[in-house]
Design a protein around this ligand. Structure first.
Ligand SMILES: *[C@@H]1O[C@H](CO)[C@@H](O)[C@H](O)[C@H]1NC(C)=O
Ligand SMILES: *[C@@H]1O[C@H](CO)[C@@H](O)[C@H](O)[C@H]1NC(C)=O
Ligand SMILES: *[C@@H]1O[C@H](CO)[C@@H](O)[C@H](O)[C@H]1NC(C)=O
Ligand SMILES: *[C@@H]1O[C@H](CO)[C@@H](O)[C@H](O)[C@H]1NC(C)=O
Ligand SMILES: *[C@@H]1O[C@H](CO)[C@@H](O)[C@H](O)[C@H]1NC(C)=O
Length: 950
């Protein structure tokens, strides 16, 4: 009320004063301008930061204010002063303004309109707390060149805002920057018509839809569209290849699809290209790999085929579907031929997920069948909703006997070279939209093309599909509807079967990366010469020239140098589908044969079972020298493509990271339907057992000292995963059942099935929501966007569990405390309540309380609502280390501690994964429907709203 009054008053005064100002020609500054500025100052929460006089009508000498030769205010340069409060809505009455610099303050409330500031060139308003922007803000800004509005929470309550059309009139605009400013809806078409625009930064908004075609041939030098919330931008990136001035193109964290166009080679000025975290497909064009970029990021897409030899200075391409992990290694020709086929069909999603790796006969390529010699014989994809055209590359698959592609929507002509497929006995293209002519098959084969409307006058068919030499090429066979319908029935049946067996790729590819593992494992163990060196398990690569197909596992004991060797048959035993595994093994992969693992687990005997969970059973295995290993075997029934992805991720990640607080992978098996991972054995099993189930299991409860040590170990393992490994990884499923304990209760983090490669810097990547309720960071649960800070949140929850002995989520508790994280926030700053919440088995004394308070504080910090307010794991390590120090750990080797129990013959470990943890909802996959993300329980989000202390 009061402010409205003041405003009206000011307006009236302004009009009068303005006239006065004109009458008494100038020389003394414009008193009305002084008034507006004073109003600005007095409205601030911290006016003292602007040392302007209370009296005086000439603002021209004031600090941060500049005037033109007519003594009119033309610049406000008050950036980075910590100014807090609103800006007067009549700011545009300073009509000569050409440069406004108010960035990096804490200005709030609505942005004033800049309407009519016809001299305005520069407007820096970024990094404030403005909460709305008027729709006439850009009206009449005819000389505008640079605008920065980044990092303001504009119009959030009404679902964001759209760039007003009037901005188009600012034809001299060169820089427009509005990152994280809540822009929503489609990218406006007019951006492509603003010819001066060179630098466009629109990252971290809520844009949807496609890149507008108006950007064709745009002269933009910099285009940042990365990390749109939710699904983000869609469609192809083809138009960008026409933007020849581009130097920096950031598209990561969206849902772009399609291929990288070949004509990307035209972007000769391009230095940075980030495509991380999209749905891009297909081969990486040579044109791109030849570009001498500074940075090229292709992670987390569906790129296929060979990894080219890149010329970029810094390149990353993890989590794609390349056939082999080694740059420059050529794919099998069958793979190339089939990927060419896929290209013609525009990469249908269903096939993308299963056509991976370098062996189409490995059993997981949907719709592909092979003979006993491992040659592709059948492509069977009827009624798969395929569109696009047929690729000439299929002609390279000389072993094909049947191609069944009926009832799709395939267009174009059949490539002439298909006629060279001499083994082909059946080619069914019925009910598509193929164009004539058909090639002449020398064998006389007649493709089935009934139901293709472009073949008028009677299609050539052989209803039986059998090569019939008596039908000459000119003959037209009438269609027998009987034979077609029986064919349909058959294909329907086989489709159903095909769907059941959809399995995604096992990284035949990722596997070869393993050549390095034994070396790593060995070096890692060796490093610490001063100790009684632990025994290590080394898996030797099979020598490809070795005709004996045995795989050897050698256990080298560094103490006495003795080596015990375990030899199993690694032979490519034929799996049930009759398809040989031989090529996979010949690829020189470092695997353990299933037979070896059968031997060491007594054929997966029930008495060796250590645990059972989401996708299989963990067995204890014992090598002939007594070395224990943990063997995680996927159950055939749960081999879904998701489970296989996790399997692959686990191999891929553990081959890159080795740390004393991360569980080591010792090997793996892929044979037929067997998918097995082998880990070090952790005798005490999962932390959850000792924290939540110690009573039932008749275990000792964990002492405070042990809990502190465990917290520090986990923090160190996670710190490594986040920042110290070559790349930054996000675990996504940190919780007590994934923290394993050695005999001395030192901890290692395990289960890397959900790990994601983190994008560079603080950027987030959009992923399918996965993890476990109770530990999920709110921003991740809501937007699916994840950074390493989501792990920090989970770590905070684990700290709360260590403090209270309560599970993160327990629906049996009273409603207000079901969610530990939410409840803990309410009680943590109240000493009495906090004390009452501490696990009763801990004997809390005054000196313990100090460290308990510090951990409670840290737990709160780690679970701050805003990811940016959470510390990084390095900070957690720094907080925890002195506490552990104080508590005098078991040995004096905290830093050097290797997680190895020297009293045992071996560093042992097991993944005691997934022992019954009551409300464990892990591996929720909500991929199919984002809308089905379960609503957060009431009170959960609310309890976080006060976190930032406002
Ligand atoms: C900014 O001002 C707030 C109070 O308004 C104060 O708490 C904060 O420390 C200041 N920041 C800086 C960097 O001066
Ligand atoms: C932003 O919100 C304000 C207040 O709700 C509204 O008046 C304004 O038109 C919105 N801005 C735009 C650009 O839509
Ligand atoms: C983003 O836009 C969608 C609709 O397009 C809306 O539902 C969602 O709330 C928006 N997100 C934010 C954070 O504004
Ligand atoms: C425009 O943006 C580019 C790229 O961020 C920057 O180098 C340049 O300094 C900006 N120009 C102005 C006038 O701020
Ligand atoms: C078949 O493909 C054509 C062109 O690719 C397309 O226009 C048409 O909508 C598709 N039909 C169906 C049923 O998908």
């Amino acid at each position: 009320m009061l402010s409205t009054l003041t405003l009206t008053l000011t307006l009236t005064l302004k009009t009068i004063l303005c006239l006065l100002g004109l009458l008494f020609s100038l020389g003394a500054g414009d008193p009305s301008e002084a008034k507006i500025l004073r109003q600005f100052r007095n409205g601030l929460d911290n006016p003292e930061l602007l040392p302007w006089p209370e009296k005086g009508e000439d603002p021209c000498g004031w600090k941060y204010i500049l005037c033109d030769s007519n003594k009119r205010v033309n610049q406000i340069q008050a950036k980075n002063l910590n100014l807090s409060g609103p800006v007067p809505q009549n700011l545009n009455q300073l009509s000569e303004l050409f440069n406004v610099g108010l960035q990096k303050n804490r200005l709030s409330g609505p942005l004033p309109s800049f309407r009519g500031l016809s001299n305005l060139k520069y407007a820096f308003l970024d990094n404030n707390n403005f909460d709305s922007i008027p729709s006439d803000f850009f009206d009449g800004l005819l000389t505008l060149e640079v605008v920065a509005l980044d990092h303001n929470n504009l119009n959030a309550t009404t679902g964001g805002w759209h760039l007003p059309q009037t901005l188009q009139a600012s034809t001299q605009l060169t820089n427009f920057s509005c990152m994280a400013c809540n822009l929503a809806g489609p990218l406006p078409d007019f951006l492509g018509t603003m010819n001066s625009l060179s630098f466009l930064k629109l990252s971290d908004n809520n844009f949807t839809g496609q890149i507008p075609n108006t950007l064709n041939n745009s002269a933009l030098q910099l285009l940042w569209l990365n990390n749109q919330q939710g699904q983000g931008l869609t469609g192809t990136i083809h138009v960008l290849a026409s933007m020849l001035s581009l130097t920096s193109l950031w598209l990561h964290g969206n849902s772009f699809s399609g291929t990288i166009p070949d004509n990307i080679r035209g972007l000769t000025s391009l230095k940075e290209l980030d495509l991380n975290g999209n749905n891009l497909v297909g081969f990486v064009p040579q044109a791109l790999s030849d570009m001498k970029l500074d940075i090229l990021d292709l992670n987390n897409n569906h790129f296929m085929g060979p990894i080219p030899l890149f010329k970029a200075a810094k390149v990353s391409y993890d989590f794609n579907d390349f056939c082999l992990p080694k740059p420059g290694a050529p794919c099998a020709f069958e793979v190339l031929a089939l990927l060419g086929f896929l290209h013609g069909l525009n990469y249908p999603q269903l096939l993308l997920d299963s056509w991976t790796g370098n062996d189409p006969c490995g059993g997981h390529w949907l719709g592909i069948k092979c003979n006993l010699d491992g040659k592709v014989t059948i492509i069977n994809l009827p009624n798969f909703n395929l569109s696009g055209s047929l690729s000439p590359s299929v002609a390279n698959l000389g072993s094909l006997t049947e191609i069944r592609l009926g009832r799709n929507n395939i267009t174009g002509v059949m490539p002439a070279n298909w006629s060279s497929l001499t083994s082909l006995k059946m080619l069914d293209l019925s009910e598509n939209n193929i164009s004539p002519p058909l090639p002449d098959f020398k064998t006389g084969l007649k493709p089935i093309i009934v139901g293709n409307p472009l073949f008028i006058g009677g299609p050539k068919t052989t209803p039986s599909g059998i090569n019939n030499p008596s039908t000459g090429s000119g003959n037209v066979e009438p269609t027998s509807s009987n034979s077609i319908s029986s064919d349909s029935r058959e294909t329907k049946k086989s489709k159903r079967k095909g769907l059941v067996s959809i399995v995604a790729p096992i990284a035949a590819a990722a596997a070869a990366a393993f050549l390095l593992i034994p070396l790593y494992a060995y070096c890692f163990r060796r490093r610490k010469g001063g100790f009684q060196a632990p025994t290590s398990l080394v898996i030797h690569p099979r020598d490809p020239s070795d005709s004996d197909s045995a795989v050897k596992i050698a256990v080298a004991n560094n103490t006495n140098g003795s080596i015990s060797t375990l030899t199993g048959s690694g032979s490519g035993s034929r799996n049930s589908s009759g398809v040989g595994e031989s090529h996979l093994i010949e690829a020189g992969n470092l695997r353990i044969s299933v037979q070896v693992l059968r031997n060491v687990t007594k054929n997966f005997a029930p008495e060796n079972e250590l645990g059972r969970g989401g996708f299989g059973v963990v067995y204890k295995g014992e090598l002939d020298d007594g070395t224990k290993i943990a063997v995680k075997r996927m159950e055939a029934a749960v081999i879904t493509s998701k489970a296989l992805d996790e399997f692959q991720a686990e191999i891929a990640v553990l081959s890159k990271v080795r740390h004393r607080h991360l569980v080591s992978l010792l090997g793996y098996s892929i044979e037929g339907n067997e998918r097995i991972l082998v880990y070090e054995y952790m005798p005490q099993g999962a932390l959850s057992k000792h924290l939540f189930h110690w009573k039932n299991l008749q275990l000792e409860p964990l002492s405070w000292k042990r809990r502190l040590n465990i917290a520090l170990d986990v923090a160190r393992g996670m710190e490594y995963l986040h920042t110290l490994a070559h790349q930054s990884f996000i675990h996504r499923d940190l919780k007590p059942s994934n923290i394993l304990l050695a005999d001395d209760f030192r901890a290692k983090v395990s289960d890397f099935g959900l790990v994601k490669l983190a994008p560079e810097g603080e950027k987030s990547v959009v992923t399918t929501l996965a993890g476990t309720f109770g530990y999920l960071a709110p921003e991740y649960a809501v937007t699916g966007k994840i950074t390493t800070k989501a792990d920090v949140f989970s770590f905070g929850v684990v700290l709360m569990e260590l403090l209270t002995g309560l599970m993160a989520l327990d629906e049996d508790r009273p409603e207000e405390s079901q969610y530990l994280a939410a409840w803990f926030w309410h009680i943590k700053s109240d000493k009495k309540k906090l004390m009452a919440a501490i696990d009763r088995v801990l004997d809390v004394k005054e000196e313990t309380f100090e460290s308990i308070s510090i951990i409670a504080e840290l737990a709160g910090h780690c679970t701050a609502r805003e990811p940016s307010q959470r510390p990084d794991m390095g900070h957690a390590v720094n907080v925890l280390a002195p506490l552990v120090e104080k508590w005098k750990p078991f040995d004096d080797e905290t830093e050097e501690y290797s997680g190895i129990d020297y009293s045992l013959p071996l560093n042992q470990m097991v993944k005691g994964w997934q022992e019954a943890e009551g409300k464990d909802l892990s591996y929720m996959d909500l991929d199919d429907s984002k809308s089905s993300i379960p609503a957060r329980p009431t009170g959960f989000a609310d309890s976080f709203t006060s976190v930032d202390g406002r």
